[in-house]
Design a binder for this molecule. Structure first.
Ligand SMILES: [Zn+2]
Ligand SMILES: [Zn+2]
Length: 165
């Protein structure tokens, strides 16, 4: 349901509380579910001397495979967002401005766009994730596999090849 902002736009120094819980069933990337909890949205639309701004926090849990060990790892995050709202894009630098056409704002879609942009590209199950064994593929967080890792010095590798000839 869009936010009705008629009163906010026409009344200087007015404000409107925003408090909602949104469920996105379709938020996925390459078939992986990204956002696995409802998104808790809390904030305020405020008219300050004619400038209408929306500020809110979005709290949710997302889930992605770890970049190093590929195990699915969940993370709970809380992000802050701030937008200036305008009724039309006339004479404005439109980059940071959200158009509330007809005094309404589709907050559901805006929150979706905001959190998709904010989700980190890099995702680790933990900062000290050990990743996969390059030889057998074992998840090293679950225990070592016993593979013997040769430290490969490129100069030694060349020597090795020469010796084999
Ligand atoms: Zn990991
Ligand atoms: Zn191994």
């Amino acid at each position: 349901m869009p936010l009705e902002l008629n009163d906010i736009f026409v009344t200087p120094d007015s404000s409107l509380e925003v408090d909602g819980c949104y469920v996105y069933d379709d938020l996925s990337a390459e078939g992986e579910q990204l956002v696995v909890s409802p998104v808790r949205v809390k904030g305020q639309v405020r008219n300050t001397g004619g400038l209408v701004e929306l500020g809110y926090t979005a709290e949710f849990t997302y889930s992605k495979p770890c970049d190093r060990c590929l195990a699915i790892a969940e993370k709970s995050v809380k992000y802050d967002f701030r937008h200036t709202l305008a009724l039309s894009a006339e004479n404005e630098d439109t980059d940071d401005i959200i158009i509330a056409a007809g005094y309404t704002l589709d907050l559901f879609s805006l929150v979706r766009d905001d959190i998709l942009l904010e989700l980190p590209v890099k995702h680790l199950c933990s900062d000290d994730c050990l990743g996969l064994c390059p030889i057998c593929g074992q998840r090293l967080n679950e225990g070592s596999c016993g593979c013997v890792k040769k430290a490969i010095d490129p100069r030694m590798a060349v020597l090795d090849e020469l010796m084999q000839d």
